[in-house]
Design a binder for this molecule. Structure first.
Ligand code: SAM
Length: 630
């Protein structure tokens, strides 16, 4: 019987729906064994408590000793270590499809029909053999028999079906954890109404501030889970209004992928085909249409013909491979410059090559829509790559004027890409509110990059004095109440749906009509692709196809830059006419940055709680005068 969880009461957005839950089993990834506590996953203190081969942050964590059960046969894999620990408390019955109440899905996971599935089931069988060896030796027996092999398979498949990746405050993967039914019976949806967060600290006692359990299985009422024990704890939280009796759902995969990518990911990890509302609706939702839209030029087929679909699918695969290759090469070689060049070339010119397997296709051109998931990946990578380029230049040649100027240019291009990522994702969020968690990160990232740029000490070197604000800018905006809403929420932990909607509308009004337009032409001056976007807050450019916009260099060359540099020639940045200069670029960048940060902090508090790392981090930046005074 398939299990699911339902809300026991009408629930507002931003409500904790469970107390903190402790895991049934958990394990750090191998690479974190020397840096994090093997029990609660917190960062290790200077003198951790060693219990071979693991390290613990405190006596309570070391006393838990879950890993005394360790065996070298399972040392290379967090899944196997977690399965071994699960078996120490729960011996699965071979006649049941569940272990400790959790679905094992072993028949689906070990069945295979094609070579990809062969690979997964082969990995499971070698894991099962290693696990069975460990169990047999730890029990003092000689050879694993069939019963032990079955036990091992049930436990490993239960881990693969129910484990979640535990992340630290910065979103880095630390290890995995498997929770009891209160969490593990929650199904996936591509438009979920809940999310979850982790608490990584040694304490295991419940606090009076903890939420009660507001969710229950549909078929019978489980005993409330005890929040005692060890390991990284987890809290489920609503990200939408939820009615009593409505099913609670979370995301098992990245919601900013196309439908095909989500389906592929869910099938390869869990072997199910998602039939949620977002996946079932015909035609595709606006968001799913945009996330996979590719425009084709030079093609006579109608967009519904099978030849067109074949060409389009081939183009999608090639674009996907190209973007993946560029990003992987950057991550491996660490050289951001070719990565920026190649990604911008794809964003501006798309793919022009002839395609495999398609006859008579000499000159097609395929462009990614600006909201295509590959475009969003490209903006994310470009924001980070330009930031790295700026700091690389400054770390090696920081005294040469020309290089400082180039580094400044890289920083503002990085800020422009961060802002573009936030505005494009916001456009999607307007139609798909479950994207709120990604949006919290994107607006916070944009705010940080803009403030970093506004605080740069280089301004007075490169710009005429009229461009360099001398006044101290205020954090509080006279036109909107976003900052008050954010601070009130951080202080009392309460926000109503209406307050959130008001704050969102005010924020968008404020930055649409004012700040963004004032700074955009300044931010994008050094980047040909970004210069082709007039106003990232104006969704008009997102709706039109990108061909004409991005492939008309003549039009770009004619466009006048609005930036005024002190130097005249001999560098990569174009000089412009003084009368078109934006006098207060720096102040506007600062103000836009503060708005983006406060909005990102508000979204983070909604998704992860008002004391969450991201919300507190934003509060800290906004409170720190050193971070804000220009
Ligand atoms: C963590 S469990 C969720 C609870 C599960 N329904 C149960 O009965 O225990 C994950 C498994 O539930 C099933 N599942 C979760 N979400 C689903 C969905 N949207 N559609 C179909 N099956 C789903 C899949 O078998 C998946 O491997």
């Amino acid at each position: 019987m398939e299990m699911e969880m339902r809300s026991m009461e009408d629930t507002e957005i931003a409500t904790d729906m469970t107390p903190s839950l402790v895991p049934l089993t958990f394990s750090l990834h191998h690479s974190n064994l020397h840096t994090h506590c093997s029990s609660c996953f917190s960062l290790l203190p200077l003198s951790p408590i060693p219990i071979t081969p693991f390290l613990y942050c405190s006596p309570p964590c070391s006393a838990a000793h879950p890993f005394l059960l360790h065996h070298p046969a399972v040392s290379h894999s967090s899944d196997l270590r977690a399965a071994l620990l699960l078996l120490s408390h729960h011996r699965p019955s071979v006649t049941s499809s569940r272990v400790a109440g959790l679905l094992s899905n072993r028949h689906k996971l070990t069945c295979h029909n094609n070579s990809d599935e062969d690979e997964v089931s082969e990995r499971i069988s070698s894991g099962v053999r290693a696990l069975a060896t460990a169990i047999t030796e730890l029990r003092g027996e000689l050879e694993p028999d069939d019963a032990v092999l079955e036990e091992a398979e049930c436990a490993l498949c239960a881990v693969l079906t129910n484990a979640v990746e535990v992340q630290d405050k910065e979103g880095r993967a630390l290890g995995i954890a498997v929770y009891g039914p209160a969490f593990s019976w929650i199904n996936h949806s591509c438009s979920p109404n809940a999310c979850y967060r982790f608490i990584l600290s040694p304490s295991s006692s419940s606090s009076s501030q903890e939420s009660k359990l507001r969710i229950a299985p549909s078929s019978f009422r489980e005993e409330e889970e005890q929040n005692q024990g060890y390991g990284p704890r987890l809290i489920v939280r609503s990200i939408k209004r939820i009615k009593k009796g409505q099913e609670i759902t979370i995301a098992y995969t990245d919601l900013l992928q196309s439908k095909a990518m989500r389906q592929l990911d869910l099938w390869s990890k869990y072997r199910f085909i998602c039939c949620c509302m977002r996946c079932s609706v015909v035609p595709f939702t606006y968001v799913d249409h945009a996330l996979q839209e590719i425009s084709v030029s030079g093609c006579d087929f109608t967009s519904s013909s099978s030849s067109y679909n074949l060409v389009r699918d081939t183009a999608e695969r090639r674009l996907n491979d190209s973007v993946d290759d560029i990003i992987s090469e950057y991550l491996m070689a660490g050289d951001p410059e070719p990565c920026c060049e190649k990604l911008e070339k794809i964003l501006m010119q798309g793919l022009c090559d002839e395609l495999d397997n398609v006859e008579e296709t000499p000159h097609y051109k395929f462009m990614l829509h600006p909201l295509h998931y590959l475009s969003l990946n490209a903006y994310t990578t470009l924001a980070s790559a330009y930031k790295v380029r700026a700091s690389d230049i400054l770390s090696t040649t920081s005294t040469i004027y020309q290089n400082q100027l180039e580094a400044f240019d890289m920083s503002r291009t990085s800020a422009a890409y961060s802002l573009l990522l936030a505005t494009t994702a916001h456009h999607l969020f307007n139609s798909e509110s479950s994207l709120i968690a990604s949006l919290a990160n994107f607006w916070t990232g944009a705010g940080e990059s803009l403030l970093y740029l506004a605080r740069s000490s280089e301004w007075s070197k490169f710009f005429k004095s009229s461009l360099v604000a001398s006044s101290v800018s205020k954090v509080k905006c006279s036109k909107c109440s976003l900052m008050d809403t954010f601070r009130a929420y951080i202080c009392n932990g309460k926000i109503r749906n209406d307050d959130f909607e008001n704050a969102s509308n005010e924020f968008l009004d404020c930055i649409s009509h004012d700040s963004t337009q004032k700074v955009w032409s300044f931010l994008v001056n050094g980047c040909r692709f970004l210069r082709s976007i007039k106003d990232p807050m104006d969704s008009g450019w997102l709706v039109s196809t990108s061909n004409s916009r991005a492939t008309d260099p003549g039009a770009l060359a004619k466009k006048k830059s609005e930036v005024c540099y002190l130097h005249e020639s001999g560098n990569s940045i174009q000089t412009c006419e003084e009368q078109t200069c934006n006098e207060n670029a720096r102040v506007h960048i600062f103000e836009l940055g503060v708005h983006c940060l406060a909005y990102g902090g508000l979204l983070a508090a909604i998704c992860y709680g008002h004391h969450s790392h991201l919300a507190s981090y934003v509060e800290q930046i906004l409170d720190d005068k050193n971070n804000l005074i220009l």
